[in-house]
Design a protein. Structure first.
Length: 316
């Protein structure tokens, strides 16, 4: 019999981690729609980040500047072939003569920032509550889950409209609108994350490595955030990805109803709301923001599906 050197625990851990990475990327590459979605989202995020540069070198128009020369009371139509014929407005202008492409680029910044920051807030609140409830169980779990049930029973959109209208009437500073929208959405959308994390922790707290961590003297906080939370990160990532799409739609809805990001700051939602009065004379004013929302949300959903399939331990 040939003796082979035994692998130590570190070698086994490294090999398992490397195998997990290979399996993840292999499964993600098989989801072609997720790969296409990565490129689409990368393009949208890059365009949003470079919005000031792109507007300077391509559109040459500030998103809030009205073109008095080109605007004659109706939106200027798109000029895809020769933008000089319509004052440099490649996608035309909106209902008051502002360059539509510039507003779409800066609107992407606002819509994506609302989605990302609201989900970060949602993850922090939901993860802490779900982790504490799942780890301790008993009356702690009961109290926290009943609070979660109360939040889940509240209809999100009507409550958002009420809260944003209260803030809008009590504050005269338009600059607060972005932070208020993020705060309200993040504070109301955490229950789904809390339930997901709790379910994972109920299973993980009974595993052998948790008992070993307790045996060597780790305190509860270290066990929760150092040992258990990394093992529950896969479903959290998938949930967060899908929630970004949901927050973008929610922000667009409340902006469309007039209680979201306030003009002249551009967001895809308030651009749709402003375009409602000019649908017959300027279809492009509503179509292009709608397409931006459609493709962004669709790409995020497909990416979430791909991550779910790649991270699902039951299919490895």
């Amino acid at each position: 019999m040939i003796n082979t050197p035994a692998m130590n625990a570190a070698d086994l851990a490294d090999a398992d981690d490397q195998g997990t990475k290979v399996t993840f990327w292999t499964r993600l590459r098989r989801h072609r729609l997720a790969i296409v979605s990565i490129f689409i989202l990368g393009f949208i995020i890059l365009a949003a980040v470079l919005a000031p540069v792109l507007t300077h070198f391509i559109t040459h128009w500030d998103p809030n500047v009205i073109d008095d020369k080109a605007w004659k009371g109706d939106p200027v139509p798109p000029c895809f072939v020769n933008a000089l014929l319509c004052g440099g407005h490649i996608l035309g202008t909106d209902e008051v003569g502002r360059d539509l492409l510039s507003r779409l680029l800066f609107g992407a910044q606002v819509s994506l920032q609302v989605g990302i920051f609201a989900v970060i807030m949602e993850l922090i609140i939901g993860t802490v509550i779900g982790a504490v409830a799942g780890y301790y169980g008993g009356w702690v779990d009961y109290v926290l889950m009943r609070v979660t049930d109360v939040f889940l029973s509240i209809p999100l959109l009507p409550l958002l409209l009420v809260l944003t209208s209260i803030v809008a009437t009590s504050s005269s500073k338009a600059s607060l609108s972005f932070g208020v929208i993020v705060l309200i959405i993040g504070a109301l959308t955490w229950p789904s994350v809390a339930r997901l994390v709790r379910a994972s922790f109920l299973s993980l707290r009974e595993r052998e490595f948790t008992e070993a961590a307790r045996a060597v003297g780790n305190d509860d906080a270290r066990i929760i955030f150092r040992h258990l939370l990394p093992n529950a990160v896969a479903p959290i990532v998938v949930q967060a990805t899908l929630d970004v799409a949901g927050v973008i739609i929610t922000e667009s809805a409340i902006s469309f109803l007039g209680y979201g990001i306030q003009p002249p700051t551009a967001s895809w939602g308030n651009m749709l709301a402003s375009a409602e009065a000019t649908l017959q004379t300027g279809w492009w004013v509503a179509v292009f923001p709608g397409l931006c929302i459609f493709f962004t949300v669709l790409a995020i959903n497909y990416l979430g599906d791909g991550l779910r399939d790649a991270l699902d331990p039951n299919t490895r």
